[in-house]
Write a protein that binds this ligand. Sequence first.
Ligand SMILES: [Zn+2]
Length: 142
Amino acid sequence: MYDKKIHIAPCGIVCNLCLGFQREKNKCVGCTILGSKPPRCEICGFKQCMEKKGNNIAYCDECPKFPCRRMKNLEKRYSLNYGESPIENLKSMRKSGIETFSTLMIQNWKCPQCGALLCVHRRNCLHCGAQNEHFLKRKHTS
Ligand SMILES: [Zn+2]
């Protein structure tokens, strides 16, 4: 039903929960995978920043500047609008390892109706239309 392998981007966003990754048209392969990505992701500030740093850093939390201003802005945007915390994701991945982190993310974001992963960017499950409770609980109300 869903991809059991969780892809976590260097910034801590879980690709599997992203609209770009879940949609059928212009589907993104995931941030850390080589292949076609939406133009928006090609010009991503995090991606360009990592490229500048070479191969020494795989995830933003390894950077001496973490959490930088860009990271703090992303954190604010995602936690307020979508109920996902990129910083907590990175912490959780470090603490429990990628396998356990994947299991936790799947448990947390599984659609109660169809079992597919919900999309952080959408009010409803892309697969069956069930309501995304995380979206309803978001702090941002306007
Ligand atoms: Zn569903």
